[in-house]
Design a protein around this ligand. Structure first.
Ligand code: FMN
Length: 209
């Protein structure tokens, strides 16, 4: 069962301690145990509209050099999934080698999960904040959204797939030429447990000066 929205703490006041209110084994457990769930295992109900707004507000609490907010969010849920899927289908409709089965699949693209948040990286030219930093901030937003969703009782998966790399799809989904899709974060209720995946050997990736 998802936690009630009232379980989400308010944002901090100035000069409040920045660490957790108390040491939190639950938070450590979330970090140690969270896994993405395949889309087919994300079941209804989706997070409600209010829950999505609250999750996005949490997700946006990421390091952001210059307080630029170099990202934005497009919620694709409910009927919006059909509209967004139709939009993608129009992009590939007349492409060479695309048959009716592929058109149908692409039309149902966003119905593969109960809800999706498209996280858009919107870097702004800034003399003090390189674009790289702004793009990294958008990646942090995607993961923060996943973490928040899991903490509320949902599950999800951060995917890109072809629309991210197709200029026509990006434009059709409303992006400017300067923007990129940092990820489609698909969300829903976990229908089953998640397989653990092979994790990178961290110790071989740590060195010390
Ligand atoms: C930026 C980004 C894009 C991804 N895109 C895809 C994708 O298009 N297709 C896919 O199967 N997995 C993709 N993945 C991997 C999935 O998110 C994968 O299920 C995930 O890494 C599982 O790790 P987790 O269990 O720690 O969440 C992507 C991961 C990242 C970080």
């Amino acid at each position: 069962m998802p936690l009630p929205l009232s379980a989400i703490p308010t944002q901090p006041r100035d000069n409040e301690p920045a660490n957790a209110v108390r040491e939190s084994a639950e938070t450590l457990s979330l970090l140690a145990r969270r896994r993405s769930l395949k889309l087919m295992h994300l079941t209804a109900p989706a997070p409600s509209s209010d829950e999505l707004d609250a999750l996005i507000a949490l997700a946006a609490r990421v390091p952001d050099h210059g307080k630029i907010g170099p990202w934005r969010f497009v919620v694709i849920d409910g009927d919006g999934r059909d509209r967004a899927g139709d939009t993608l289908e129009k992009v590939i409709h007349a492409d060479e080698g695309v048959d009716d089965a592929r058109r149908e699949f692409v039309r149902g693209w966003f119905n593969r999960a109960p809800a999706c948040v498209m996280v858009v990286s919107s870097p702004r030219p800034n003399p003090k904040v390189p674009e790289w930093e702004q793009v990294l901030s958008a990646g942090a937003v995607c993961f923060n959204l996943l973490l928040a969703a899991h903490a509320l009782g949902y599950a999800g998966s951060w995917l890109t797939e072809w629309p991210v790399f197709d200029e026509r799809a990006r434009a059709a989904l409303g992006l400017t030429p300067e923007e990129r899709i940092a990820g489609f974060v698909y969300l829903g209720t976990p229908g089953q447990g998640a397989a653990e995946r092979v994790r990178a050997d961290v110790s071989s990736r740590i060195s010390r000066f």
